[in-house]
Design a protein around this ligand. Structure first.
Ligand SMILES: C[S@@+](CC[C@H](N)C(=O)[O-])C[C@H]1O[C@@H](n2cnc3c(N)ncnc32)[C@H](O)[C@@H]1O
Length: 257
């Protein structure tokens, strides 16, 4: 029997897949949990502890898991296009009626028609919208302007390097890559390693093959700076928008309707 992250093959250990996904993502972003903490602080401050949330490009449902652990009265709709990550998300939250998942392509202008609600207290997303180029991303922000209720909030934590500081960016990149190389040498999985493991899993092999047909390794997109995100959100109907967290390469931008 093949040994995989899901254990011995008798049933799939969704928790183990969640944990290996988290370790892989943290290899790129050691401050990932800090982003989620600030994200949920802003949710609580602006819309309270029982929000209806849209977890946009949810992957394995990482944000939904943190949301429900902190706010048990919240509900969440996760939307994504990746059948393997959605399989892990659906397995993890099976039987939890606070959570719904929708398969949709955020580049499809009609994607929001598949959602179970017209309006959300909070739309939350992390490490995902850089898979879109700026033009479709701006179109998506305009759609979100209609999906977030007045007084509601949008938060996007993602790679948002500042193009005005190229030497600073290069030094940061060099340091990050050195740290990643050391962790990799110690056995941490990167993106390609993780997907190779998923492809060996009896349950995830099929959906993994499909996600490579959809995306290849991953989709190409842009990483505009935080200022672009804030400006585009204001143009999309958000009354206030600005950075609420940042690292040398990444930021979290909040739009308040
Ligand atoms: C790096 S993962 C991040 C997932 C999750 N937010 C997290 O923090 O772990 C990027 C996610 O964006 C999703 N995604 C990218 N482009 C998309 C699109 N056009 N429509 C729907 N989902 C998309 C991918 O399928 C993937 O699940």
């Amino acid at each position: 029997m093949t040994e995989t992250a899901s254990g011995t093959g008798f049933g799939t250990d969704w928790r183990a897949w969640q944990e290996s996904w988290d370790r892989q993502q943290e290899w790129y972003m050691p401050d990932r949990e800090e982003r989620f903490r600030v994200m949920l602080d802003m949710v609580e401050a602006l819309v309270g502890p029982e929000p209806r949330v849209l977890d946009l490009a949810c992957g394995t449902g990482t944000i939904t898991a943190r949301l429900l652990a902190r706010f048990p009265g919240a509900t969440s709709v996760g939307v994504d296009l990746d059948p393997a990550l959605l399989a892990i998300a659906e397995g993890t939250f099976a039987g939890d009626d606070r959570v719904t998942f929708v398969t949709a392509d955020l580049k499809d202008p009609a994607w929001a028609a598949q959602l179970p609600h017209d309006s959300y207290d909070a739309v939350l997303t992390a490490t995902a919208l850089h898979w879109l180029f700026s033009e479709p991303l701006a179109a998506l922000y305009h759609q979100l302007g209609g999906l977030v209720r007045d007084g509601g909030v949008f938060l996007n934590a993602d790679h948002m390097p500042d193009p005005t500081t190229p030497r600073l960016n290069a030094a940061d990149r060099e340091q990050r890559h050195a740290r990643q190389a050391a962790a990799r040498a110690a056995g941490v999985l990167d993106w390609a390693d993780w997907w190779a493991l998923a492809a060996q899993d009896p349950v995830l092999a099929g959906p993994t093959a499909k996600r490579f047909e959809i995306y290849g390794e991953h989709a190409d997109g842009d990483t505009p700076p935080a200022e672009w995100h804030a400006r585009t959100l204001r143009e999309a109907g958000f009354a206030e928008a600005r950075t609420v967290w940042s690292s040398p390469s990444d930021a979290m931008v909040l739009g308040l309707k």
